[in-house]
Design a protein around this ligand. Structure first.
Ligand SMILES: C[S@@+](CC[C@H](N)C(=O)[O-])C[C@H]1O[C@@H](n2cnc3c(N)ncnc32)[C@H](O)[C@@H]1O
Length: 321
């Protein structure tokens, strides 16, 4: 009798996705990454662009090439057009612009559904960058793509955009190193975030006029995130100086001044001592309101007050000059 063959075990190898360990990433990092990518797809509302840009003198824009390097522009429907591009297109003549260049990144979520494109507008009309045969095949539309960098360095006078939150550090570094003027939206905590503090400390950037709290997601629903305008365009008589309460220390209400476990003075609610000679700790708010233009300087890029052994929120140390 023929020997019965042993029943063959199923040979399927269960296909699994690599573990987080194999991918060298923790659960927390994965969630943060997803969150960052999602946060990149926040779009600026037209009214926020208009409110900020209307604050600057017309001479800032006159005869200038404006580069929106995280935006594309053109769609017959306004809601499908970047608010930055729309503002500059609508005000092209009034501002006396020489040129508007908009480039767009071919990311995963693409509100404007444009792909990696670029457009150049002048008073004579507009051109897609590719039509001028300047648009390399492998162009990604990224702000750090060689073509985008060429436009930045060789053509742009002012960069104006809301860059991806997840690439803010690279974007700021690129902008500061370029020496070009810029007006951009970024996180409201940047004045006390280690990667950005040196730029504020060295006077290479300051807050614009307004904060930005509402954006649109890709479904065009309102989403909230705390942002602010930042620029290196001079701002004279900043209206928010009025929010700073610069007073002799003894006149600052007790509840807004305390000494931490290291005897460091910590002030809140935009109260600033006018007669205190030593460094003291402040939050981002007074810096956004122009404290560094009022005779104070950052002396320590990062400080965490500790009260009764409990660590408080991040601050920077400032000192009267
Ligand atoms: C915060 S959204 C703002 C979009 C637009 N600037 C606005 O204000 O409505 C950031 C945009 O940058 C895009 N982006 C992501 N990475 C980019 C990169 N490397 N270069 C250029 N844009 C990028 C995202 O896809 C997203 O559309």
């Amino acid at each position: 009798m023929a020997k019965t063959q042993p029943k063959r075990e199923n040979q399927y190898i269960k296909k699994t996705t690599p573990t987080l360990e194999e991918r060298g990433i923790s659960q927390k990092q994965l969630l943060q990454k997803a969150q960052r990518t999602e946060n990149d797809e926040f779009y600026t509302r037209y009214e926020d662009v208009e409110k900020e840009l209307n604050m600057y003198r017309k001479s800032v824009w006159k005869n200038k090439v404006v580069f929106c390097n995280c935006d594309d522009a053109v769609n017959s429907i306004d809601t499908n057009t970047s608010a930055f591009a729309l503002y500059f297109l609508r005000n092209f003549t009034v501002l006396g612009l020489k040129k508007l260049i908009c480039t767009h990144y071919a990311g995963k979520v693409d509100l404007f559904n444009q792909g990696p494109k670029g457009y150049i507008f002048t008073k004579y009309g507009f051109n897609a960058i590719d039509k001028k045969k300047e648009y390399p095949k492998n162009y990604t539309g990224s702000f750090d793509d060689p073509l985008s960098l060429k436009i930045l360095h060789e053509e742009a006078d002012i960069v104006c955009t809301n860059p991806p939150f997840s690439r803010a550090i690279d974007f700021w570094k690129m902008m500061i190193e370029s020496g070009k003027k810029f007006l951009i939206i970024s996180n409201i905590t940047n004045p006390i975030t280690l990667a950005f503090v040196p730029y504020f400390r060295e006077g290479k950037v300051w807050a614009g006029y307004n904060r930005v709290d509402e954006y649109l997601n890709h479904k065009r629903e309102i989403v909230r995130a705390a942002g602010s305008w930042y620029t290196n365009i001079p701002i004279k008589n900043r209206p928010k100086y009025n929010h700073l309460k610069i007073l002799p220390l003894k006149e600052i209400p007790e509840k807004y001044k305390k000494y931490d476990d290291s005897k460091m003075l910590v002030v809140d609610h935009c109260y600033i001592p006018s007669d205190y000679k030593k460094p003291f700790a402040v939050s981002a708010r007074p810096i956004l309101n122009g404290l560094l233009e009022k005779g104070y300087q950052i002396v320590e890029n990062q400080y965490f007050p500790c009260v009764n052994g409990k660590q408080g929120f991040r601050r920077v140390l400032v000192k009267k000059i």
